[in-house]
Design a protein around this ligand. Structure first.
Ligand code: PLP
Length: 405
């Protein structure tokens, strides 16, 4: 019998965070090797736990999980999300404009499915979080990348974004604070990008899942309050700030002029209805998360676990002759560049495989994030600081071998 044919466009889709290297890592583990796996932004795998008040919010109500909810989510959860957005300054934030999903992941796919016709273009950052490229492609759109270069602190250039706008462009995607680079976009930059969306009638799609994870003096600036009447979808969730990624809870808030976003609202509502509703128990924790959990601050402030691990990364990269790092301002990752002799003829995939095979460390090659460069890689900031220092020592060992070769 011939093999079952699968969708052709899947050949264009990559998600290497859980790809070949991760499969090889599992093989090595079954052979008894102990690995440090820095491929997934999965706080629970490193001992982080969702705060107890969130756990109780679910446990106290678990007996009431039987019914489906409205496709947009539990009313009280949507009210809490709307109130959170209203406090931030999102115009016309109301429960009606909130969609709760099985993680931001589901809502990225759902919203692009609601938006795109074949051949429509989406302006995506390069590097991106690769689900954005994958969901654009699988919904028959075309990713068009604007670069966020290390020499610019991984910030986008609004002029470059505007030059890429065509008659087929439908949306500008912003990931802020950024995965994989850790960049945090300043207000003036976001205002310029909002102005581009306004001039060209584009939807702003703002992936703000790391909105509470910032280091030093960096402050998060949400886009929706700047966007006013400009159509805007703001994505957030419990996975990162509240360390509950296994609960699969995310939301999207639609803002902008009612007359402009009405069709998109109905399209998302229909697609939401087709999948009935999001996981209900996870939704019980939303109100507690958004009104009574700022525990992330203790982790990102000096002395906090994430702060110390980020510091370890910054110091280790500074001490290495082979690495250059733009210090992450936020989120859970670092995206160092390999430089100097070690970078000659460098192939990020071959490096990642060598690191796995010889040093028991799993990282993600930079090109997995849709950048043309081949000399970057991503690590997560989830291990404790001494463990990350040890990882960087192993990375340096491999790079020194390469520099001498
Ligand atoms: N967006 C970004 C930028 C992410 O890094 C992730 C997960 O790593 C997601 C979305 C998906 O998150 P969720 O767990 O809410 O599906």
């Amino acid at each position: 019998m011939s093999p079952v044919k699968t969708r052709q466009r899947l050949s264009e889709v990559r998600y290497e965070i859980r790809g070949e290297l991760a499969r090889r890592a599992r093989e090595l583990e079954t052979q008894g090797r102990t690995l440090v796996k820095l491929n997934i932004g999965n706080p629970g795998a490193f001992g982080f736990r969702a705060p107890e008040n969130l756990q109780h919010a679910i446990a106290d109500r678990i007996a009431r999980t039987d019914p489906y909810t409205h496709q947009q989510g539990l009313p009280e959860a949507r009210e809490a999300i709307a109130a959170f957005h209203a406090r931030r300054g999102t115009p016309n934030a109301s429960a009606e404009r909130v969609f709760v999903g099985n993680g931001v992941s589901e809502l990225i796919d759902l919203s692009l499915r609601a938006l795109l016709d074949p051949g429509d273009e989406v302006l995506l950052p390069s590097p991106d979080y690769p689900l954005w490229s994958a969901a654009t492609i699988l919904n028959d759109g075309r990713p068009v990348y604007y670069r966020c270069r290390a020499e610019d602190g991984f910030l986008p250039d609004p002029e470059e974004i505007e030059a890429l706008v065509s008659s087929r462009t439908r949306a500008i995607v912003l990931i802020n604070p950024n995965n994989p680079t850790g960049a945090n976009y300043p207000r003036e930059l976001l205002e310029r990008i909002v102005a581009i969306a306004a001039r060209h009638g584009l939807l702003l799609m703002c992936d703000e899942i790391y909105d509470g994870i910032l280091y030093d003096d960096n402050a998060f600036q949400p886009v929706a309050p700047l966007a006013g009447d400009v159509p805007c979808l703001s994505f957030g969730g419990l996975s990162k700030v509240h360390r509950a990624c296994g609960w699969r809870v995310g939301w999207a808030v639609l803002s902008g002029d009612n007359a402009v976003v009405g069709d998109l609202y109905h399209a998302m509502d229909l697609l939401g209805a087709l999948r009935l509703c999001a996981n209900v128990p996870g939704q019980f924790a939303i109100e507690a998360a958004l009104t009574a959990d700022d525990s992330i601050r203790a982790l990102t402030a000096p002395g906090g676990r994430l702060y110390e691990t980020r510091k370890a990364l910054v110091e280790s990269c500074a001490a290495s002759e082979h690495l250059e790092l733009v210090a992450p301002a936020g989120a859970l990752y670092g995206f160092p560049a390999v430089v100097g002799d070690a970078a000659k003829g460098f192939d990020d995939h071959a490096f990642a495989l060598e690191l796995l095979e010889t040093e028991d460390v799993l990282i993600v090659p930079g090109s997995s994030f849709n950048v043309p460069d081949r000399n970057f890689f991503r690590v997560t900031l989830l291990p404790e600081a001494p463990a990350l220092r040890e990882v960087l020592a192993r990375i340096d060992r491999v790079l020194s071998r390469r520099a001498e070769a």
